[in-house]
Design a protein around this ligand. Structure first.
Ligand code: DGL
Length: 264
C-alpha cells in the first residue's frame, strides 16, 4: 500500500474531536482515518501542561504505530499545551486546533468577544501569545467551561446540568455585550443548540472545525499525501472508556466505521 492510502490520525482527550473528524471526512471523503479517543484520561483541561504533553506523546506514538501519515490534534487543550513539543520531536506533520479568536476579532462590531474553553487552554502560553496579537481595543471575555467535557463524555448532552452550566458561563458574557462567541473546545460544537437557546440569534458562534479540515487538505497536498482512491474511506475508532456514548454520537453518519474499546 502506498503511503497516500495510509490513514489520517486524529486524537482528542475524548469524543469531542469527532466534531473535527466530521468536518475532515466531509471535505475529504476518500481518506481513511484512525480516531483515538482518550476518554479515560479526560478532561485534559484540568491537568498540568506536562501531563498534557505526556498524554499527547502517548497518543501520537499510538497513531504512528498504526501507520498514520499525518496527525490532527483535534483538541484545543492538547494543541495549546503540546503541539510545539510534538512538532519539535516528531517528523510527521501535525495539524492543531486553536480557539478562533483572530477570526472573531475581525467580525466583532461591539469590540467584545467571548470565549468558552478549558482551563488548560485559557492558561496556556500559546493562547496568551495569540491573545496578544489581537487589536488592543477588543476585549476578550473568557469563561472556563468547567465540567462540560465530563458531562458530554457521559452522554449527557441534553441534560439540565449542561443547561445550568451554560447559563452560568454565558450570561456574564451577554451582560458585557459580546457579539461573537468562540467555542474553544472541540466538545462544545455538540452544545450549539443549547447555546443558541441562551444567546439567541444575534451572536455569532465561531468554531474552528472547517478551518482545520481545510488545513488538513492543504497539508496533505503540500506533502503530496492525498489519497487518490475513488472509493469511500474507512474509519477506525479506538476508545478507552464508554464506547456506547461514542457510538451514539457518530453512527448517525453513514460511513464505514469500526469502533474498538480497549485500554491504552
Ligand atoms: N476536546 C478537548 C479540547 O478541545 C477537551 C479538553 C479536555 O479534555 O478538557 O480542549
Amino acid at each position: 500500500m502506498k503511503s497516500n492510502n495510509f490513514p489520517i490520525g486524529i486524537f482528542d482527550s475524548g469524543i469531542g474531536g469527532t466534531s473535527i473528524w466530521n468536518e475532515i471526512t466531509e471535505l475529504l471523503p476518500h481518506e481513511n482515518s484512525i480516531y483515538l479517543s482518550d476518554s479515560k484520561h479526560a478532561p485534559y483541561g484540568e491537568k498540568s501542561s506536562q501531563q498534557i504533553i505526556n498524554l499527547s506523546i502517548k497518543n501520537t506514538d499510538f497513531l504512528i504505530n498504526k501507520n498514520c501519515k499525518i496527525i490532527v490534534v483535534a483538541c484545543n487543550t492538547a494543541t495549546t499545551n503540546a503541539i510545539n513539543f510534538l512538532r519539535a520531536n516528531y517528523s510527521i506533520p501535525f495539524i492543531g486546533i486553536e480557539p478562533a479568536i483572530k477570526p472573531a476579532a475581525l467580525k466583532t462590531k461591539t469590540n467584545k468577544i467571548g470565549i468558552l474553553a478549558t482551563k488548560g487552554t485559557l492558561n496556556s502560553q500559546l493562547f496568551e501569545k495569540t491573545s496578544k496579537t489581537i487589536n488592543k481595543q477588543i476585549t476578550i471575555v473568557e469563561a472556563i467551561g468547567k465540567d462540560l467535557v465530563e458531562l458530554i463524555e457521559e452522554g449527557k448532552i441534553d441534560s439540565i446540568e449542561i443547561k445550568k452550566l451554560l447559563h452560568l458561563y454565558l450570561n456574564p458574557m451577554l451582560k458585557k455585550g459580546v457579539d461573537c462567541l468562540v467555542l474553544g473546545c472541540t466538545h462544545y460544537p455538540y452544545l450549539i443548540p443549547q447555546i443558541r437557546e441562551i444567546v439567541g440569534n444575534k451572536i455569532q458562534i465561531i468554531d474552528s472545525g472547517q478551518a482545520v479540515a481545510k488545513q488538513t487538505n492543504a497539508i496533505l497536498e503540500k506533502y503530496q499525501l492525498l489519497n487518490m482512491d475513488h472509493k469511500k474511506g474507512t474509519h477506525q475508532f479506538y476508545i478507552n472508556k464508554n464506547k456506547r456514548v461514542l457510538e451514539k454520537l457518530i453512527l448517525k453518519e453513514k460511513k464505514f466505521i469500526k469502533i474498538d474499546e480497549r485500554d491504552f
